[in-house]
Design a protein around this ligand. Structure first.
Ligand code: MLT
Length: 275
């Protein structure tokens, strides 16, 4: 589904009309395909929508999206990603949804919650964190952005093919590393650089979570080294009633390493949000 020059919004499943859709936001440097395993396992008859975030998959570049939104084209931000997701949803008549995001997708979900609170009927935080980067992480992101643009290739992020997996699956599931590398190879250097610069300036959104009264689930792989279980516990403690699912023998890519518990947590979230 295209949305008039805005983000590409994929309908992963078309369910019964009149129910809250589930919107799934992908991680970095990937696209909507990382959610297909979970989507296949969701019980019931949900509508599942998944945008490609700016520059990824077949969506327009971050600069194009920012210009279209009237935001500064030279200031990458997670807020622009969130505004673009909100605009893409509204363009197809969705003004309320359950929103779940993995890692970078979680940062976007939290920005949506702050900037478009009426849109978020339920929140799924998967292998993500509510805190901002420290100076070293920011500097590393800027180095990667400069490198991919200088080389005009995304080799500088190929290391993520294994870094995103848990220690168990790095050995047990080489097929997953190959699949993830295939997704990374499909992304362009401009998207990688823009997203790195956007994530580098994202604020701490722990207080946004603390103020949210809607249904939430938090999911983390017990072997996630990028958004570790402590980061998930920090978010859970900030909120009133956020069940935590710790996925055994999985790393950062729980939706692909172990999709069943992720689907189960999101199905529970949808039920609570439909209320
Ligand atoms: C992701 O999986 O989206 C990344 O780990 C996010 C990040 O770089 O902070």
């Amino acid at each position: 589904m295209t949305t008039d020059g805005m983000l590409r919004l994929h309908t992963l499943r078309r369910g019964a009309p009149g129910r809250l859709p589930l919107v799934l936001l992908h991680g970095f440097p990937l696209d909507h395909r990382m959610w297909l395993d979970v989507t296949d396992l969701l019980p019931g008859d949900p509508t599942v929508l998944a945008p490609d975030l700016p520059g990824f998959g077949t969506s327009p570049t971050g600069q194009d999206v920012a210009e279209r939104l009237g935001a500064p084209a030279d200031e990458p931000s997670v807020d622009v990603m969130a505004d673009a997701v909100a605009a893409a949803l509204r363009a197809v008549g969705v003004d309320r949804a359950v929103v779940a995001g993995l890692s970078m997708g979680g940062y976007v979900a939290m920005a949506l919650l702050e900037r478009h609170p009426g849109l978020v009927a339920g929140l799924g935080l998967v292998d993500t964190k509510s805190t901002a980067d420290d100076d070293a992480a920011r500097a590393q992101r800027r180095r990667i952005a400069d490198t991919v643009l200088a080389e005009m290739r995304v080799d500088a992020v190929f290391g993520m093919r294994t870094a995103v997996l848990g220690a168990t699956n790095r050995v047990a599931r080489p097929d997953l590393a190959d699949r993830i590398e295939g997704w990374i190879r499909d992304q362009g250097p401009a998207a990688v650089a823009w997203a790195q610069r956007a994530m580098a300036v994202r604020p701490d959104r722990t207080e946004v979570l603390a103020a949210y009264g809607g249904p939430v689930v938090v999911v983390v792989g017990e072997e996630d080294e990028l958004s570790p279980p402590a980061a998930a516990e920090h978010m859970v403690q900030a909120m009133r009633d956020a069940p935590l699912t710790v996925v055994p023998r999985a790393g950062h890519m729980t939706p692909n390493e172990s999709p069943e518990p992720v689907a189960s947590a999101l199905a529970g979230l949808l039920l609570r949000a439909q209320g």
